[in-house]
Design a protein around this ligand. Structure first.
Ligand code: FES
Length: 104
């Protein structure tokens, strides 16, 4: 298990245990966290799993993510990622993921 801290738009911090190999989106949904929708189930077709990796720990975005993020509801920054495309691994222990104001 890897602990990921999600910061919701109200500033609250939520520590969630994620299984390695799971996506960050799946970990958030499994924990019933508000703020990530994941409408397409992780096939990079919706951008409702937008998040910010402010520490830049999750690696670069793919071209497909760049394209899909064009339809994100909130501002896209260099730290923007699609959380369904981030695979949890032990090296991510303590990762902090910030969620946008809205996904729709
Ligand atoms: S869940 Fe749809 S793009 Fe991530």
């Amino acid at each position: 298990m890897t602990t990921i801290t999600f910061i919701t738009p109200d500033g609250a911090r939520h520590d969630i245990d994620a299984r390695d190999g799971q996506s960050v989106m799946q970990a958030a949904l499994a924990a019933d966290l508000d703020g990530i929708i994941g409408e397409c189930g992780g096939s990079m077709m919706c951008a409702t799993c937008h998040c910010y990796d402010d520490e830049g720990r999750t690696g670069p975005r793919s071209d497909g993510e760049d394209e899909m993020l064009e339809s994100a509801a909130c501002e896209v920054t260099p730290q923007s990622r699609l959380s369904c495309q981030i695979k949890v691994s032990a090296e991510m222990e303590g990762l902090v993921i910030r969620l946008p104001q809205s996904q729709l």
